[in-house]
Design a protein around this ligand. Structure first.
Ligand SMILES: *Cc1c(COP(=O)(O)O)cnc(C)c1O
Length: 388
């Protein structure tokens, strides 16, 4: 039955979340997949093993997580890594020196840093563009461009990229189309349906959802890409430990349930903030005032719990993030508990100030990761923090 859940995409997402990748454990029939805390496996003879030789290459707990997330995204193969950055690094090492990547300018700060400060030193080249319009992406492509890398919605400005249009562009130019789906999760957006070749996540965020591990995962639906990525995964060795895989797998079982609540709370908080005169702008794709709300409705099934607000100044931003009581001031996002952050000095401090300014990532911007608490309590907390 669980073998079926891996491949049967007619099963609903919530069913796949609970069952995909998880076979009953043969020794005792344990309902929960065990944590295979081992570095190696007994072999029966020379060249004879059960498909498990060494735990950097393969681990049953990791495999279960990989199959589970691949099934959620509608892919055929998953590859887990020790962090979201480890996953992104693996995907970028599909390329060779001399290759060019076109990447969203408003991607996760760590992604920008990896490209600009590390991989550019070893021969890859990058152009960062506004991915809201295909018209600004297409001119950046050169004969050396091999990959188009986007996030949607972006962090923290909640800008959208048109996945169908970019998927067409990538297919026409024979580019690998990579989508970081960390914010939307497969519950609200499935990039493979729009032509993505590779979908990746920081499992640290919504997939695990409980703020108790760091991890990353890549999903693909092409055997050749799976093979190349498996080779990179075992050669580079940025693999997660079995306990972290087990935690992430426990998280994905409730992903559809949690996302429903994040979405409900996200909408309530966004609507309340949008009606409050103490806030200048609310960035949330679920609001009709969001400039790309129609696109959000076309390619997303929900809008989730991430939103940002423009408070007007560093002073006001500081006052709000230091005054909330339920919203904890912290980096990261996507956990059951609500968090508040200041992108310019926290998550996006690595982005050069001139670039931050050019994108509209101001010092007054405050980002919220709305958790699954009672929306009324969250709103009351923001109300007192905003002050008079
Ligand atoms: C957090 C994050 C990453 C990096 O993941 P880590 O698990 O922290 O390494 C990449 N992309 C997005 C959108 C993120 O939010």
């Amino acid at each position: 039955m669980t073998r079926t859940a891996d491949r049967d995409l007619t099963l609903g997402l919530a069913t796949r979340a609970v069952h995909a990748g998880q076979e009953p454990e043969p020794l005792a029939g344990s309902v929960t997949l065990p944590i295979f805390q081992t570095s190696t496996y007994v072999q029966e003879g020379i060249g004879k093993n059960r498909g498990y030789d060494y735990a950097r290459t393969v681990n049953p707990t990791r495999q279960a997580l990989e199959r589970n997330v691949a099934a959620l995204e509608g892919g055929t193969h998953g590859l887990a890594f020790g962090s979201g950055m480890g996953a992104i690094h693996a995907v970028l090492t599909l390329l060779s020196a001399g290759d060019h990547v076109v990447c969203g300018e408003n991607v996760y700060g760590g992604t920008h840093r990896l490209m600009d400060k590390i991989l550019s030193r070893i021969g890859l080249t990058f152009t960062f563009v506004d991915t809201r319009e295909v018209d600004t992406v297409a001119p950046a492509l050169t004969p050396k461009t091999k990959m188009l890398f986007v996030e949607t919605p972006t962090n923290p400005l909640m800008r959208l990229a048109d996945l169908a249009a970019l998927g067409d562009l990538a297919r026409g130019r024979n580019l690998l189309f990579v989508v970081d789906n960390t914010f939307a999760t497969p519950v609200f957006q499935r990039p493979f349906e729009f032509g993505a070749d590779i979908v990746l996540h920081s499992t640290t965020k919504y997939l695990n959802g409980h703020s108790d591990m760091v991890g990353g995962i890549v999903a693909v639906k092409r055997d050749d890409l799976a093979e190349q990525l498996q080779f990179i995964q075992k050669s580079v060795g940025a693999v997660p430990g079995p306990f972290d895989c087990w935690l992430a797998l426990r998280g994905t079982k409730t992903l559809p349930l949690r996302m429903k609540k994040h979405d409900e709370n996200g909408r309530r908080v966004a609507e309340w903030l949008a009606a409050d005169r103490r806030v200048q702008t609310v960035f949330y794709p679920g609001l009709p005032s969001h400039p790309q709300h129609d696109l959000a409705c076309r390619q997303m099934m929900g809008f989730g719990g991430m939103l940002s607000i423009e408070t007007g100044s560093l002073e006001r931003a500081r006052r709000i993030v230091e005054r909330t009581r339920l919203f904890a001031l912290a980096e990261s996002l996507g956990g059951v508990e609500s968090l508040i952050g200041h992108p310019a000095t926290m998550t996006h401090a690595a982005v050069p100030p001139a670039m931050r300014q050019a994108m509209g990532l101001t010092d007054g911007l405050v980002r919220l990761s709305v958790g699954i608490e009672d929306a009324d309590d969250l709103i009351a907390d923001l109300d007192q923090a905003l002050g008079s």
